[in-house]
Write a protein that binds this ligand. Structure first.
Ligand SMILES: Cc1ncc(COP(=O)(O)O)c(C=O)c1O
Length: 392
């Protein structure tokens, strides 16, 4: 075997280790929660998970998954259109459509798959896609995968003037899509969706919203950033994940008009060429949606905790990025510093992740705290106090 490629990789990895930017996987023993048992560290407080509502290990969600395993088996061992669709998939899709007040929904094995499968399947040459510069990597890859001739432009982050200029320039295109994250996951800020919807109406564009970090977190009943701004019925296409606030483990979806979901069934490559969501995950997703519906107070309590944590960090003289979500980043600067401080936090019993280049721009490396409904006041206070100590 030629060693050239392997040698190159080994050299790159050695350099990353030397620079302090190497990502080491951390192993959790047992289930997720506000406290976890981490190999090599013991019990620590977790502020790095997307388990915003504490549903990932909720007994009802776990029970639903177990019962589905008994009823449906481990999998269909198939893609959806061949023989991979079970009635639990259809139930979940009906519920996701109901939750978002859309005509239909279609599930995928992940939101990554949904985002990469959506744009190539529904656009044609001449159509225009306008994408926020801080959109998630899966949206970027999905947009890049569209046909030659589909016009792809990036507008400056949440810059409505820039967006409007591009809408004006492309007014004669057959279709215009504005694509945005709901919550920008590295910044914790939210899309200016009310204004985006106004522009979309004025310039006859469709709004595609990936609210992976907003579902279950924002809005009175957890329907996300669109509900927060009161524009739920103005969003044309939602994408999202079952794997964050819903805690179902994995799985993603597109919710929108039936013409969209039907076209995805015909043409979307991750749907056509990749297996169905396991029934256990679909059942867990249904159960989580039911819990969100029955317990909107969890969403409100999470919001209060996240707001409190952000303002407490400020009281302690720190400078968290402003935002309305449960993602609270604190800028550190250099990538190696963010990773080192995260390591020191871990030694002090707080698990928070340091993000650096290329995930965020060089010089803007950060610690990203993710607040969950399951955190106690004491845990949040301790996390903030530990951060102050480590920064000193
Ligand atoms: C905004 C956004 N979209 C999509 C994804 C992908 O979600 P999934 O884990 O379901 O593939 C993520 C996950 O990090 C995300 O933050």
């Amino acid at each position: 075997m030629s060693q050239t490629l392997l040698k190159r990789l080994a050299d790159t990895l050695a350099q990353e280790e030397k620079d302090g930017t190497y990502k080491h996987l951390k192993t959790i023993k047992g289930a997720i929660g506000s406290r976890i048992d981490l190999e090599g560290s013991g019990e620590v407080t977790l502020l790095s998970s997307n388990d915003y509502l504490g549903l990932a290990n909720h007994p009802d969600v776990v029970r639903a998954a177990k019962e589905a395993l008994d009823q449906y088996g481990a999998s269909t061992a198939s893609v959806r259109f061949i023989c991979g669709t079970q009635d639990i998939h259809e139930k979940l899709e009906t519920e996701l459509a109901g939750f978002h007040a859309t005509e239909a929904a279609l599930t995928y094995s992940s939101c990554w798959a949904a985002n990469t499968g959506l744009f190539p399947a529904v656009t044609s040459p001449g159509d225009v896609i306008l994408s926020d510069e801080l959109n998630h990597a899966s949206l970027i890859d999905g947009i890049r995968a569209t046909a030659k001739g589909v016009i792809k432009e990036v507008y400056r982050h949440s810059d409505l003037k820039d967006l409007e200029e591009k809408l004006v320039r492309h007014q004669s295109a057959p279709a215009r899509l504005i694509v945005t994250d709901g919550v920008f996951s590295m910044e914790g800020d939210i899309a200016r969706l009310d204004k985006i919807v106004d522009l979309a109406k004025h310039y006859d564009a469709l709004v595609v919203l990936d609210d992976s970090h907003g579902l279950g977190v924002l809005g009175k009943t957890g329907r996300g950033v669109a509900e927060h701004f009161g524009v739920l019925s103005d969003i044309d296409i939602f994408t999202g994940t079952l794997g964050k606030a819903l805690g179902a483990g994995t799985g993603g979806f597109v919710a929108g008009p039936k013409a969209i979901t039907e076209m995805l069934i015909q043409k979307s490559r991750p749907h056509l060429f990749s297996n169905a969501l396991p029934a256990s995950v679909a059942a867990a997703g249904c159960q989580s949606l039911d819990l969100v519906g029955k317990h909107p107070e969890r969403v409100q309590e999470l919001k209060q905790k996240a707001d409190w944590f952000r303002s407490h960090l400020k009281e302690l003289g720190l400078n968290p990025l402003p935002g309305d979500s449960a993602v609270v980043p604190v800028i550190i600067g250099k990538t190696a510093d963010a990773i080192r401080i995260a390591g020191e936090m871990l030694q002090a019993g707080i698990f928070v992740t340091g993000f650096g280049f290329p995930v965020v721009p060089e010089g803007e490396a950060r610690l990203r705290f993710q607040v969950s409904w399951s955190h106690s006041q004491e845990q949040l206070e301790q996390a903030a106090a530990t951060l102050v100590r480590c920064l000193k």
